[in-house]
Each structure stands twice: as C-alpha cells, then as structure tokens.
Ligand binder design. Sequence first.
Ligand SMILES: [Zn+2]
Length: 497
Amino acid sequence: MADKCGMEETGFSMRDSMKIKLIVFITLLLLLCPGCGSKTEPEAGQPNLLLISVDTLRADRLGCYGYKRPTSPTIDRLAEEGVLFENAIATSPQTTPSHMSIITGFYPRAHNVYMWGRDENGTYSGRVLSGEIPTLAEILKGYGYTNVAFTGGANVAGKIGFDRGFEIYDEESNSAAAVEWLRENAEEQFFLFYHTYFTHAPYLPLPPYGSRYDPAYLGKIPSYDELTEELGVVKGELWSGIWQALYNRFWSKVNPADPADRYHLHALYDECIGYVDAVFIKELIDTLRTEGILDRTLIVFTSDHGEEFFEHGRKEHDSIYGEVVRVPLIMRLPGALPGGMRIEQLVRGIDIMPTILELLGIPLDVEIQGTSLLAAATDGKELNLKAHSDYNDFFPPVIDSIRSGPWFLLMDQRTRSGGEPGDGSLPRFFQLFNTDDDPGETRNLAEKYPEVAARLRTELRALRIESSRKHAEEGADQEKAAVDRWNVERLKALGYL
Ligand SMILES: [Zn+2]
C-alpha cells in the first residue's frame, strides 16, 4: 500500500519523521531557554473546573432523578452527557460543614468548621478552617489554576476558610458576574465555584415563574409580587436589607396542617429550581459553549443538602433523613467520563474533591477521608462506601447516622440518662431503616434486626473516633472569626439569626 507520495508504508511517513525532528528541536530549545517550560503553568490541555452548588437542592426534585415535573432541563442534559450518582449523601444537613467537606474531603467532625454561633461575648463567630487542611482551590492554585468564586456568602463566608486559594471570592451570589468573568477569561486555566441560595427558603421564584405548578392556590402564602408589595420593597432591590422580614413574613403565612399549603410549598420550591436551571445554570453552561471551552471544562454539579417538607414532621433542613441528605451529584467531562452513566452505589460529599483531582490529573499529597469515585464512574467498580452524616444545632454533633448498602442507622448520641455515649445506657433514640424496601424511611427496624443495628453502631463509633483523631492531627490550630455586617444580613435573610 502506497501513500500519496508513492512511498511504501513502513509505519513512518516523511511527515512523521519531520514531526519528530520538530519535537526534538522544540525540546532542545526549551532546555536551553530557562523558564520557558515553567512548572507553575498547568499542563497543556488540562481541563478547567466549574463546580456548581445549588444550596438546598434535594436530588429527587430533578428530572434526571425521576421527578414528574420538568424542573431541570439544563441539569438533565448534563446528566445525559455525563455521570449521575443516584445515591450521593451530604455529610451534614447544614450549609457550612457540608460545603467544607466538599472542598476538603474531610468529615465535619474532622475539619470542625460549623455554622456561625454566638460566642461567650454574645457576638456571632465561627471557627476558621485549620491551616493544616488544604482546600481544593489551594491545591489547584499550586498547579497554576486561576480560581474564582461567586457565592451567596453567609454560611459559606470567605473568612472562615472558604476563600482560601481564590483570587476572587464574591459573596453576592452573582451569576451575571460569573458569566462576565468567564467571557473575559475563557483563555485562562480556571476553577470557577458558583453557589446560590435561590432554592433556600423563603421560596420566592421570580416572575414569570411562581404560578405554573399551582395556579389555583387560594391560600395565604404570598407570592413574590404580593410579598414585595406588602413590605413596600422596590422590585429588583429585593435582596438588599429586607431579607429577614421576607423570611419571617413568608413562614408566618404557612399552615403546615393544611394540605393546600403544603402542596403550594412544593410548587414554589419546584419553581425556584426551574428558575435556577433556566437562568443561572443555563447561562453558565451556554457561556462555556459559546467560548468553545465546554468540552474541556470538568463540570461538577451538586448541593450541600436537600429540604424537608414535613415528611418527618419538620420544615427546611433540620434532620438527616433522606429528603435532607440525598443530593444531586453529576459530573461531565467528555473523553474522561462516559455519557449517560448512572451509578447506584452510595457516595459522599467528601468524595467530590478527590474525584475532581484525579480527573484533572493532579496528585493529592494529604491523607483525607474521601475516596476518588473515578473507577466507579468509568468502570462501575464497587467501592462499598459507608456514608456518615451528623447534625446538631450547636457543635459537637449529637445526631449521628451511617448508611451502608440499603441500611440507614440513625441515633441520638445523647443517652436517656443524660450521660455520655458509651456509658451503658440507651441512646435517646435509635432507628434503623431499609431504604430499598422503605425509601421514605418511616419503618423503624431496629428491634427486628438488632444484629444489623449493632454492627452499624460499631462502624459509626469507629468513624467518629477516626474523625476526632484526624482533627487532633490536622485541625487543632483553629482560630475564630467574627461574622461581618454583610453576612449578618445574609444570615437573617436565610432564617439563621
Ligand atoms: Zn445549605
């Protein structure tokens, strides 16, 4: 067989031989030119990273997770073109510890960064992430990435450690600024973190969203238009100083005992998701596509926790049942990740960072608690992970849980006698569910399967001990930071202060 030049096929063509000479020449030139091949620059072709966290987004409200309403066409398309994890479990139902797990690979008890709390002087302060624990942004910065974040601040405020490694850490949840940054810096090798509270209560989808899913509602829960009118807020200035009033007014009108009100809350929440998908997420993805960098950007889409609508008697996210800790997790990077792959096994918030690093080809030099999910995503490898989530209004957490396969053990570490766990008396409550047979987690099987409960309780205790040890080794040098005025307003808006 002959090529166009009439030369015999030998495995090398003349063009190949010239290519090799050219590569040798360029290599010699680089060796003779100090600095030309600087190690601080990312490898050519190394993907960008877009990490999106939509706060308070339960997985089962998205089309790609089987929801009946068309809330999420943009996110669904990401799933069709990437890998979707069907059972991703947040480490905490609270924004701060859960997000800190995502960006460090450590469980909350190990990184020990929790929500803002009132200190002995009466001021709100929060523990700052230990300098011994590197963040995702810091690691990527070491490999030449330009890191920028556009977040909602408040419980992901930069000053408690979230801003480490970022050149820009915006706390106004400004998707327009994120889009503008992408347009102006598409040539950069970047990590962009986008976070929004738009699906957090009070659920106020902006018009024309808000009346599609429950147009016949006649109850008292106010719409965006009604609420802004009642409170005399100028539209467009909604997110500037009147937030706490909005939050309180909204919930004061909700009657949880009224099925119509409960139905309407679901509808409003779904509308907020629709808005986020159609506006914020779509604009970000479209910008990547327009700039020609979509397929060389790793997109990771997730949330810090879900939301409860009275399934276990509460509103918002004050428990660790499935509706509150099952979050979406979708990753898209053509060429490195298959399209349309769905992974059923349990995965965790702490696994996101190591998976990202492995996908970007960046080594991890510290021992963390998370595990890379890449082998599961590409080859379906069974990792047999156990997911731990814990919760309390104030640290240290006392409501603890572990998930292993179909089993979910939930317990209050405080004992009925008021003593410490391990003193022999029974915990205040102790529940075991089989989530395959009982996805709503309503039938307590702790007495029926005491051996399963005992095994999981032992594993949970081992996890607690390991996390405490990790904290003692790497997290002990923590400082405290006082909340700033801007974030006080944000926290009031979200119902935290
Ligand atoms: Zn949150």
